[in-house]
Write a protein that binds this ligand. Structure first.
Ligand code: HEC
Length: 170
């Protein structure tokens, strides 16, 4: 080997040695600084694990009434405080769901308050009427849609409206 080659090899070996030493040093440093947290992270229920989970927790979560929420924050309280929908009274449901047809007698619908028209219908008994109102009914006069088209309302709300309508028509 020429002296040039020799000095190149010396330098090369030196650089390699420094790199190896640095790798080793970084490895030791990592072990030294992260060793304890790595163990803590793996320990189920440790404070550190909880802290990390808190930090990487999604910022939002969907909470429906009745769900056990992970977090008892303002959101959980707001959900608990506000029911999805208020239950409507009989007259309220009647006004929004039945009046349109039964108020003026649209499409053959028996008019509210027309005692003569309602008497034979009421004579069928409450069970038959409830069935026709909840499930829909096509008679000689026309088509009565299930729940008057408001299938989003509960049976109780619709039946309260029906009772109101019948009371007004006796
Ligand atoms: C789209 C129009 C329409 C709406 C809305 C509607 N009805 Fe009717 N309803 C009718 C028609 C038409 C009839 C008559 C059907 C027949 O006898 O041919 C009827 C019949 C009825 C009857 C008598 C059924 C029977 O067996 O004789 C009741 C009770 C009744 N409706 C209640 C309600 C109530 C309560 C609501 C609201 C929740 C409602 N209706 C909404 C059209 C409607």
């Amino acid at each position: 080997m020429s002296t040039e080659d020799q000095s190149f090899m010396d330098l090369f070996t030196l650089v390699l040695g420094i790199l190896v030493a640095m790798t080793f040093a970084i490895f030791l440093l990592a072990r030294f600084t992260a060793g304890s947290t790595q163990q803590e992270w793996r320990r189920e229920g440790s404070d550190y694990q909880q802290q990390v989970l808190d930090r990487i927790r999604p910022i939002g979560q969907v909470a429906l009434p009745g769900d056990a929420t992970e977090d008892e924050g303002p959101v959980a309280e707001a959900v608990a405080a506000a029911p999805v929908a208020e239950v409507m009274s009989g007259p309220q449901v009647y006004n929004t769901a039945c009046l349109a047809c039964h108020g003026a007698g649209v499409g053959g619908a028996p008019k509210t308050g027309d005692v003569a028209e309602w008497a034979p219908r009421i004579a069928q008994g409450p069970d038959v009427l409830a069935d026709h109102v909840l499930n829909g009914y096509t008679g000689d006069a026309g088509y009565m849609p299930p729940k008057g088209g408001r299938i989003d309302l509960s049976d109780e709300e619709i039946l309260a409206a029906m009772n109101y309508l019948l009371d007004e028509s006796k």
